[in-house]
Structures are given as structure tokens and as C-alpha cells.
Write a protein that binds this ligand. Structure first.
Ligand code: PLP
Ligand code: TYF
Length: 398
């Protein structure tokens, strides 16, 4: 039965990890995958997470099945992060939240549910977007198209083109929006642009699906929820996927959530019942550990403060690396202005490096980046920054 099976293409980003692991050069640097490393080049285990895990280990809880939608303490914690604890939507019972297997799992549960709800719809993702968005919605059975987003000449968002496209979409079209820290470009919308996106979604009857994978990595938990808050105030119904892979440094625990805003508590009950059906035929119910740890941190004032401080530390370190890279490139005599790297937000920068330059970085220096020119700033540290800047300078100068 497998004789005619073709080799599937590798995930372009996760595939880089395999190539990097096989590279024997000591000076190699992996700027490919979106993972936060500390200044020693290690994936941190946050102190708040460690404390919650220690308490959990001591309590030795039994491992029964979770409810299909996950634990109430977790789902409530997620809702408070997204909507703010004083949210009218929450008080009205208008938000349905389920624990999901990372941000990816949340997107997939949302996509599968949407396919049942609106089988004839089309999904629109930003051009460019996270590598997995297209494949994920296609695997749920949707045609996937793009809306204009990044404009290379300005290193920013071509908002006029984006808005014009949204205003031309048919009612019921699903629009996937990066809530903050756009992956891969690092270019985000301004607050007033978000208001315009909300207005376009309202006037055209679009279904917004916000992907929140980096809450806290731009300006902070509250500030980075600006898009969620703008949609919340609009009276529209919308979807949000949350990922805690980065913000809690819990990549392998697969901790995420899907939230859906409905028009009433009664509607929420019906929507939840349908989402539970989607989950039941997929993985039945979520694993216990990661969600329990995140819930413990979010629901303890002390641990929550400690986590926010640690998150601020990650955010500040990435910012320092952005500034450091720009200065180091200047010091290497690079004439081209790289100051846009400081303005981009989150983990990534679209550097403008060509595929050929990225290939040279790998072959000549053992520095791995995505062929689109995306680099992960969170993989830079005080030890490799100078080496990376020299290498980029070499390939930029020709
Ligand atoms: N959405 C975006 C925009 C991402 O960058 C990522 C990256 O990991 C995800 C979703 C998936 O998150 P997770 O790793 O929690 O599945
Ligand atoms: O964009 C990134 O690098 C991260 C990590 O299929 C990632 O979001 C990349 C690819 C993938 C899953 C996670």
C-alpha cells in the first residue's frame, strides 16, 4: 500500500531545524525557527512555571480525563488575558473558550468548526503569513487566498491595499489576522488601522479570526490585546486562537486556547456544544499538565506578577538585540539603513535579505535563516551578535 507514496515536502521552518542539527560547525547559529532563547542560547524554564510545576508535583494530583473543553480555571485565565477581567463580554457570558493543543491546535479546532458552520466560505490570510496558516485551513477543507499586507519598499504594511481588499470581500469570508507581532514580517497595524479593519469586517459581514501567538512580546499583556479589545467593543462575533508556547516558554507542552465571541450566553451554550463535538472526534480532551501550570500561574497574584516580569525580561532582551544588531551592522560598515529592525515588533524581522544571501549565510557561516529573509531576533545573544553582524555585512556587501 505504500509503494507509490511520494515524499511530502518538509515544513520550511521546522525543516531548517533538522538541517541545523546536522551541521557540525561550532559557530553555527539558528535564526530560523521562532523560539525564544536566553542570553546563554538556552530555551528558558520560567521561574513562575517552575514554581507552579513544583507545587503540582508535590500535590501529586490524579490524572483523570479533563472535560472536553479543558479546565474552567485555565479557560477563565485565558479569557482574562484576552478581554481584561472587567470585560462586559465575559460578564454577559458571550465568550466560549476551550483549551487547545497549542496555537496550532486552536486554529485547527476553529477551522474545523468553521467548516461545519460555513462550508462554502473562503479563508483570507495576510501576504505573507505564518507558513502553517494556509496548509492548516486548506486541510480543514477551505480554499485559502491572501489579502495584501507587507510592502517591501516601505518595510511596513500597505494598509490602503489591505483595507481595499477587505472591503471587497464577500459576506461570510473568514479573515485571519495576526493580533500582534506579525509573523513573519514584524510589521503590525496601528490602533486606528485596527479600528478600520473592524469597520471593514462589520460593513462586509466578514468573520474575523485573530491569531494571538505573541501576547506580551510587543509592549505588554494589556497593550498587545488592542486588536482583541477593538473587536470586543464592536459587537461583532469573532474567533481568537491563543498560544502560550512562547509567552510561557512551554513549547512542547502544547498549551493554547480557542475563544469564540457570540452574541449571547444562550448562543454560547449552543456554540460550545458544537465545538465540543469537533474536539471529541479529534483528540477527545486536552492533556492536563501544561494547562494546569498556566492556570496556576495566571490565578496566583504572586506567580502572575513573576511571570509578567519574566515576560518583560524576554521582551526587553529581544529589543536590546534589535538595537544591538542595527548598531553592529553600522559598525561593520554596512551602508544600507537597517534601522527598520528596531521598529519591527515581536520575535521576527523581515530583513530584506534575498534567498541567495540567506543561502550564503548558511553555506559560508553556518547561520540559518528562512529563505524569505526572516530572522528570529530572539536567537541572538551577546556571544553570537558580533559574528552574525559580520556575516550579514559580508553577504550584503557582496
Ligand atoms: N500562529 C502564529 C502566528 C505563530 O507564529 C505560531 C508559532 O508557533 C503559531 C500560531 C503556533 O503556535 P503553537 O506553537 O503554540 O502551536
Ligand atoms: O514561525 C515560527 O518559526 C514558529 C514556530 O509548523 C513554528 O511559529 C514554525 C513552523 C511550524 C510550527 C511552529
Amino acid at each position: 500500500i505504500f509503494a507509490a507514496v511520494e515524499m511530502a515536502p518538509r515544513d520550511p521552518i521546522l525543516g531548517l531545524n533538522e538541517a541545523f542539527a546536522a551541521d557540525t560547525r561550532a559557530e553555527k547559529v539558528n535564526l530560523g525557527v521562532g523560539v525564544y532563547y536566553d542570553d546563554n542560547g538556552k530555551i528558558p524554564l520560567l521561574a513562575a512555571v517552575r514554581a507552579a510545576e513544583k507545587a503540582r508535583l508535590e500535590a501529586m494530583p490524579a490524572r483523570g480525563y479533563q472535560p472536553i473543553e479543558g479546565a474552567v480555571a485555565y479557560n477563565t485565565g485565558v479569557q482574562n488575558l484576552l478581554f481584561g477581567k472587567d470585560s462586559a463580554l465575559l460578564a454577559n457570558g458571550q465568550v466560549v473558550t476551550i483549551e487547545a493543543l497549542g496555537g496550532t491546535g486552536a486554529l485547527k479546532v476553529g477551522a474545523d468548526y468553521l467548516k461545519r458552520l460555513l462550508p462554502g466560505s473562503t479563508v483570507y490570510i495576510s501576504d505573507p503569513s505564518w507558513e502553517n496558516h494556509r496548509a492548516l485551513f486548506e486541510s480543514a477543507g477551505f480554499p485559502v487566498e491572501t489579502y495584501p499586507y507587507y510592502e517591501a519598499s516601505t518595510r511596513g504594511v500597505d494598509f490602503a491595499a489591505m483595507k481595499a481588499k477587505l472591503e471587497s470581500l464577500p459576506a461570510g469570508a473568514i479573515v485571519v489576522l495576526h493580533a500582534c507581532c506579525h509573523n513573519p514580517t514584524g510589521a503590525d497595524l496601528s490602533d486606528t488601522q485596527w479600528d478600520d479593519v473592524v469597520a471593514a469586517c462589520r460593513s462586509r459581514g466578514l468573520i474575523p479570526f485573530l491569531d494571538m501567538a505573541y501576547q506580551g512580546f510587543a509592549d505588554g499583556i494589556e497593550a498587545d490585546a488592542v486588536a482583541v479589545r477593538a473587536f470586543s467593543a464592536s459587537g461583532l462575533q469573532f474567533f481568537i486562537s491563543s498560544s502560550f508556547s512562547k509567552s510561557f516558554s512551554l513549547y512542547g507542552e502544547r498549551v493554547g486556547a480557542l475563544s469564540v465571541v457570540t452574541s449571547s450566553k444562550e448562543e454560547s451554550g449552543r456554540v460550545l456544544s458544537q465545538i465540543k463535538r469537533v474536539i471529541r472526534t479529534n483528540y477527545s480532551n486536552p492533556p492536563t499538565h501544561g494547562g494546569a501550570v498556566v492556570a496556576a500561574v495566571l490565578n496566583s497574584p504572586e506567580l502572575r506578577q513573576q511571570w509578567e516580569d519574566e515576560l518583560a525580561g524576554m521582551r526587553d532582551r529581544i529589543r536590546a538585540m534589535r538595537t544591538g544588531l542595527v548598531e553592529a551592522l553600522k559598525a561593520e560598515g554596512v551602508a544600507q539603513d537597517f534601522s527598520f529592525v528596531i521598529k519591527q515588533r515581536g520575535m521576527f524581522s523581515y530583513t530584506g535579505l534575498s534567498a541567495a544571501q540567506v543561502e550564503r549565510l548558511k553555506n559560508e557561516f553556518g547561520i540559518y535563516a528562512v529563505s524569505t529573509g526572516r530572522i528570529c531576533l530572539a536567537a541572538l545573544n551577546n556571544k553570537n551578535l558580533g559574528y552574525v553582524a559580520k556575516a550579514i555585512a559580508a553577504v550584503v556587501k557582496g
